[in-house]
Write a protein that binds this ligand. Structure first.
Ligand code: P6P
Length: 334
C-alpha cells in the first residue's frame, strides 16, 4: 500500500511551533529556509565526486566557468536561502571574516541571526568522507529595524534558540533542537522531503567509543593521555578495550557518538592553547544538541561550553563533548 505515514520536516516544524514560547511563524519559516538550503547543498555535495568532469575547484570547467570550492558554494547557498526567506537579518559564517548583513530591504526588520559553518570538514570532500553543515539561530539583541551588529553574535550558547546540523553521508540527515529535545530527519530524494527518522534522540550516559586525534598526543594535557590509556585497557564488562573512532569531520564523529554513545575531544595543546574548534559555529551548536540529548559539553575544566561568553566571532575553545559519564570521567583526570 503506497500510503504516506511519515512526518516531514515542514509538518514537524509547524506541529512543534506552539512549544516554543514567544515564537510565531517567522521562526518556523527560518527553519524551513535552512531545510531548503540543506537539500540544495546535499545535491551539490553528492556530485562533488564528479569534479574531474565538472572541474576541480579553482579551475575552469568545460563551460569556461570558474569552479568554486564546495564550502564557498555552501556558504553562498545558505546566505541566499536565508535572504529569500526574509526572517534572518545577518549571518556569521566560518567562511566570512566579518558578519554578513542580509542585503534585502526588509532584512533589518528580521528578528533572528544565524551562526554557521556551511561545510565543516570540507578537507574530507576529496576523499569522500562524510561532511556537514552546522547552524544555530539566536534572537538579535539590537533593535529591530536597524542593521545588525557584531553585538548580535556575542551571545553565550545558553541564549541559543535552535541549533542543528546536516550530515552528508550514506544518506543526508538534518538533526536539530529548539530546546525541546533532539530530532533527526532523513532526506528522501525521491520526494525531496526530510522525513522524521530519529525522533527524540538520546545519547547513552556511557559509551565505548572515544574520538580524538591521537597524532597530537605528545602535545596533550597529562590527564587526557591518562584517560586514553584507560580507554585502551580491557573493559571488565565487554572484555575488550574501547573503540577509537575519529574521521576528522566533527559532524560525522559527533553524529555517530550521539546515536551510539561516546566521547569526542579536541583539547588545548601547546601549539593550540585554545584548541582548534570554533566556539560560535561549531562547539556551541553541537553542545546545545548533545545537552538536549542528555549529554555533556565542557572545555575540559568544568566550564560548560554554552556558558562561555564570546568576545570574538572566530574564537576557539577546547571541547570535551558526548556521553555524560564519559565526559565527567575525563574531566576528573584533567
Ligand atoms: P584535526 C575539520 O577541519 C575540523 O574543523 C572538524 O570538522 C574536525 O573535527 C577537526 O577539524 C579535525 O581536526 O586537527 O584532527 O585534523
Amino acid at each position: 500500500m503506497l500510503g504516506f505515514q511519515v512526518t516531514t520536516l515542514g509538518q514537524f516544524i509547524i506541529e512543534r511551533q506552539s512549544e516554543i514560547p514567544g515564537v510565531k511563524g517567522e521562526f518556523s519559516r527560518l527553519l524551513r529556509d535552512i531545510g531548503i538550503a540543506a537539500k540544495i547543498i546535499s545535491r551539490e555535495v553528492n556530485k562533488a565526486g564528479l569534479a574531474e568532469i565538472l572541474g576541480e575547484a579553482g579551475m575552469e570547467n568545460v563551460q569556461g566557468e570558474d569552479v568554486k570550492k564546495l564550502d564557498v558554494i555552501a556558504n553562498q547557498l545558505m546566505i541566499d536561502c536565508l535572504s529569500r526567506g526574509g526572517e534572518c537579518c545577518a549571518v556569521a559564517s566560518e567562511e566570512e571574516e566579518d558578519i554578513i548583513l542580509i542585503s534585502t530591504p526588509q532584512a533589518n526588520e528580521a528578528k533572528y541571526v544565524v551562526m554557521m559553518d556551511p561545510l565543516d570538514g570540507s578537507s574530507n570532500i576529496d576523499v569522500n568522507v562524510s561532511i556537514g553543515t552546522i547552524f544555530s539561530i539566536f534572537e538579535r539583541v539590537t533593535p529591530v529595524g536597524t542593521p545588525a551588529t557584531k553585538e548580535d553574535f556575542m551571545q553565550a550558547g545558553n541564549k541559543c534558540l535552535a541549533s542543528g546540523y546536516m550530515i552528508y553521508g550514506s544518506s543526508t540527515m538534518l538533526v536539530y533542537t529548539t530546546g525541546k529535545g533532539v530530532n533527526g530527519f532523513t532526506l528522501d530524494p525521491s520526494i525531496g522531503e526530510f522525513c522524521l527518522s530519529h525522533p527524540n534522540i538520546r545519547i547513552p550516559k556511557m559509551g565505548k567509543i572515544y574520538s580524538v586525534n591521537e597524532g597530537n598526543k605528545a602535545d596533550f594535557p597529562e590527564g587526557l593521555n591518562t584517560y586514553i590509556q584507560w580507554c585502551q585497557e580491557i573493559d571488565k564488562e565487554t572484555n575488550r578495550p574501547y573503540s577509537s573512532r575519529y574521521i576528522g569531520s566533527m559532524v560525522a564523529d559527533l553524529h555517530r557518538n550521539l546515536l551510539k554513545g561516546g566521547i569526542f575531544v579536541y583539547p588545548q595543546t601547546t601549539k593550540k592553547p585554545d584548541g582548534k574548534l570554533r566556539l560560535l559555529y561549531e562547539c556551541n551548536p553541537m553542545a546545545f544538541i548533545v545537552e538536549q540529548a542528555g549529554g555533556r559539553a565542557t572545555n575540559g575544566y568544568g566550564k560548560r561550553i554554552l556558558d562561555i561568553e564570546p568576545t570574538e566571532l572566530h574564537q576557539r575553545t577546547p571541547i570535551i563533548i558526548g556521553s555524560e559519564d564519559m565526559v565527567k570521567q575525563l574531566e576528573q583526570l584533567m
